[in-house]
Ligand binder design. Structure first.
Ligand SMILES: Nc1ncnc2c1ncn2[C@@H]1O[C@H](COP(=O)(O)OP(=O)(O)OP(=O)(O)O)[C@@H](O)[C@H]1O
Length: 362
């Protein structure tokens, strides 16, 4: 990835009748970047991609591809390509004919087309003898690879993906996630990928853009979005989370948390911030039932409650604890560190301040 933007969106605004689907959004995508756009249904992801590829026109705003303004360029003349969820392969054609199709309509000679198709079969790790095979005889995963090969055939500047893996089963999706990431690295192309699946976005992308009601709520690498979300919305969108209100530099009484005196002088308890303290379930620990040993350091924050439920997630176990003040705390451990006590047992939970994040908004 370079530090040069390949795509620059400025003040992009889209209205359908009275409804504003995109509220003047700005975005810069770097050359060679893998950007995932995630957000709830109706947040504007598809609308944005449709404007970028030229399937629809913005009400206002501009789109630049390097130094060229492209929002007025027709879709078939834009140097970008879209891979859809439905793939849109031609069922009556062979694999080779499908891959060559974009080249054929651009008038590339049959020999050159065939050579490029074979190269792309190699790139997508499909056997060369698939060239003459009917797409209807290919498996779901193979069809995905054919669709990718076809998208790459005319060497687009940017590849846009609209939920390409969402119709596939879990194992195949996982395999193709790895292949897509690998393909991105090997081609050095810019990928812009929309998905409902946070897991997919986290597994593949350099940065994630979280959309909410036609705006970007946060754009950052997965790790930052996960551990330092800018809002409760992003925190909750990125998976299970425990949130506690902070008022005037201390945790509100209602939270039922005990803060160690040594923690009081440290952020976020060192000033008068207001906001929400966030801790992820995997950072909350069970304290030993018999109390801490003489050499154990007490955690900065502790909380007591009753064990209410345990859910087996495979390699991890998720627990629900009901604090004495009411509410619900989610704790996650690795299977090997599972909690041994019975349901209903009183437990003490604890975590350190360096595992928390203060979300500045109320
Ligand atoms: N052609 C249209 N006419 C009117 N409203 C539209 C049109 N296209 C989209 N919308 C509205 O714009 C909003 C954003 O839709 P969009 O398809 O971009 O959301 P999305 O984030 O892609 O959702 P999903 O994840 O469900 O695909 C929705 O409320 C939708 O109803």
């Amino acid at each position: 990835m370079t530090e040069q933007p390949i795509l620059h969106i400025a003040g992009l605004y889209k209205q359908f009748g009275d409804f504003v689907a995109l509220h003047s959004i700005d975005l810069k995508v770097m050359e060679g970047e893998f950007l995932a756009i995630v957000g709830p249904s109706g947040s504007g992801k598809t609308t944005l991609i449709r404007l970028l590829v030229g399937m629809d026109e913005p009400t206002e705003g501009t789109i630049w591809l390097r130094n060229r303004r492209i929002d007025t360029v027709p879709a078939n003349q834009r140097p970008t390509c879209m891979v859809f969820q439905s793939l849109a392969l031609f069922p009556h054609m062979t694999v080779g004919q499908n891959i060559e199709f974009p080249l054929k309509i651009r008038g590339v000679s049959p020999d050159e087309r065939r050579a490029r198709a074979l190269e792309l079969l190699d790139l997508l790790r499909l056997p060369r003898n698939y060239y003459g095979k009917r797409v209807t005889q290919c498996s779901g995963g193979e069809r995905q690879r054919v669709a990718l090969a076809r998208a790459l055939a005319f060497d687009p500047e940017i590849l846009f993906f609209d939920e390409p893996l969402s119709a596939l089963d879990y194992r195949l999706r996982k395999t193709l996630e790895k292949e897509l990431k690998d393909l991105h690295e090997r081609t050095g192309k810019t990928f812009i990928y929309i998905t409902h699946s946070l897991e997919e976005a986290m597994a593949m992308s350099d940065r994630i853009a979280i959309m909410r009601q036609g705006r970007f709520e946060q754009i950052a690498p997965a790790d930052v979005i996960y551990s330092r979300p800018v809002s409760r919305f992003v925190a909750e969108f990125m998976g299970e989370v425990n949130l506690f209100p902070v008022r005037g530099g201390s945790l509100s009484e209602a939270a039922g948390l005990a803060v160690a005196p040594s923690a009081m002088g440290r952020a976020p308890f060192d000033g008068v911030p207001r906001g929400t303290l966030m801790v992820r379930p995997e950072n909350v620990k069970f304290l030993p039932a018999g109390g801490l040993g003489a050499d154990d350091a007490a955690p900065d924050i502790t909380l007591t409650g009753r064990m209410r439920a345990a859910f087996d997630l495979g390699s991890r176990i998720q627990y629900e604890v009901e604090p004495s003040h009411g509410g619900r705390i989610v704790v996650e451990t690795l299977r090997e560190n599972r909690f041994g006590g019975a349901m209903g047992t009183e437990v003490t939970l604890g975590w350190n301040l360096d595992k928390c994040h203060l979300i500045a908004e109320d």
